[in-house]
Write a protein that binds this ligand. Structure first.
Ligand SMILES: Cc1cc2nc3c(=O)[nH]c(=O)nc-3n(C[C@H](O)[C@H](O)[C@H](O)COP(=O)(O)O)c2cc1C
Length: 329
């Protein structure tokens, strides 16, 4: 059955958040179209984010992160209950959200906020955050006022009109969570496709003479065995110097790749193929045009495939030691 987590966004002693969450839970469990469970951050104590890699990588080092990821993975959708602290959501809630990524993505979420004026600033920020995580934030939302929905500012007595609004919010969260469960997720781009896209990125950036675009494709410590001297070009700045040089040689430049064959591992990949740099020289004549052998080695860094090493060569005629530059793939 579809499982919806009702997340309490505050942990301070004497918080009002648990009253709000339990009211939502009590109303929700009357429905019968999903299972609802309160998620209390007090039961999931998390230090300030201490994972070395971004959550986007899904590679968690700490037991507390994995336990939190297991908890959140078990839900198909959420109602987030947030107070407003200084016109924003509590740090503890932001921290708990920041710990994970894929566990939130594509899941439905509804917001119930509370504060002196309903906590609407916090709700707006939470919505933006959830949308950034590609969650499906439902439009109906609830804003409970400390002045009118809490007796003596402390005991939750929500106005009757909130009941209908809460039901509408739950209708949406349940419907979207059920739909998400039954719709297979869109296929993720395979690593091989990502590698091919990286190489396309090289050809596009070269044609546009876009040095900054090229910079984004390389690891900062790339070791390049390029075709021209010296023996090695160390670091992305040295590599870009090579490309900048090419851009001064050619007025218009293109880079063509043929027979690219990527081989992909978990966080290392390589691809070999043939490349041809050609174009128009400043005097209008055609230049370049020889095919070279090119090997690109990638490392997955923070979820992105970056070129950590490349090797460009032509075969050598061993009799005279000269490069053979007129071969075609
Ligand atoms: C640090 C802090 C900052 C607050 N800032 C705001 C605010 O900017 N706007 C508002 O409407 N209420 C603000 N409040 C009031 C809270 O929304 C209210 O006390 C609420 O009950 C806090 O949630 P909690 O009881 O679950 O911790 C603030 C409360 C605290 C503790």
């Amino acid at each position: 059955m579809t499982r919806i987590g009702i997340l309490i966004g505050s942990t301070r002693p004497g918080r009002r958040g648990d009253q709000v969450a339990r009211w939502v839970h009590e109303r929700a469990t009357r429905r019968g179209d999903a299972e609802f469970e309160v998620i209390d951050l007090l039961d999931h104590p998390l230090p300030h984010l201490d994972e070395p890699l971004p959550a986007l990588t899904g590679r968690y080092q700490h037991g507390h992160t994995q336990a939190w990821a297991d908890t959140i993975s078990g839900f198909d959708g959420f109602v987030m209950v947030t107070p407003e602290y200084n016109a924003s959501i509590p740090g503890v809630l932001k921290n708990a959200i920041d710990y994970l990524h894929a566990e939130w993505t594509h899941k439905a979420v509804g917001m119930v906020s509370y504060g002196a004026r309903g906590g609407t600033h916090a709700a707006r920020q939470l919505r933006a955050l959830c949308e950034l995580l590609q969650m499906a934030a439902v439009t109906p939302q609830l804003a409970l006022s400390l002045h009118t929905d809490f007796e003596a500012h402390s005991v939750l007595k929500p106005g009757a009109h909130h009941i209908g609004a809460l039901d509408t919010l739950l209708d949406e969260v349940v419907a979207r969570s059920v739909a998400a469960r039954t719709t297979p997720p869109a296929p993720r781009e395979t690593d091989e496709a990502a590698i091919r896209r990286r190489i396309d990125g090289i050809t596009d950036a070269i044609r546009a003479k876009d040095l900054e675009g090229l910079r984004r494709l390389y690891a900062t410590d790339v070791v390049s065995f390029d075709i021209d001297p010296p023996l090695q070009h160390l670091g992305v700045d040295a590599k870009l110097k090579n490309w900048a040089n090419v851009f001064t040689i050619f007025q218009e430049v293109t880079y063509e790749v043929r027979d690219l064959m990527p081989t992909v591992g978990e966080d290392l990949a390589f691809a070999h193929g043939f490349g041809r740099l050609s174009g128009t020289l400043p005097d209008g004549t055609a230049g370049g045009g020889m095919w070279v052998r090119a090997t690109f080695c990638f490392r997955k860094i923070d979820g992105e495939w970056l070129i950590a090493h490349d090797q460009v060569s032509v075969p050598l005629d061993i009799r005279d030691g000269k490069g053979v530059v007129d071969l075609e793939p």
